[in-house]
Design a protein around this ligand. Structure first.
Ligand code: SF4
Length: 59
């Protein structure tokens, strides 16, 4: 499985990085989330469910 952030949709709110800092990092300059680990954990799923614009894809 892998994780992708749809950068067109991401609004840089930081929720994913807060819930799952081992997998997501907020690029403060771009205002977008970066995926830093492809390991799909329960926290990654929680982050995906919590993203306000549903920008996190697990596939
Ligand atoms: Fe972007 Fe969604 Fe993460 Fe917020 S929770 S930074 S909108 S991917």
């Amino acid at each position: 499985m892998s994780i992708k952030v749809n950068l067109d949709d991401c609004i840089g709110c930081g929720v994913c990085a807060e819930l799952c800092p081992q997998s997501f990092k907020l690029d403060e300059l771009e205002g977008k989330s970066l995926v830093i680990s492809q390991e799909v954990t329960a926290a990654v799923k929680e982050a995906a469910d919590s993203c306000p614009v549903s920008a996190i894809e697990i596939f």
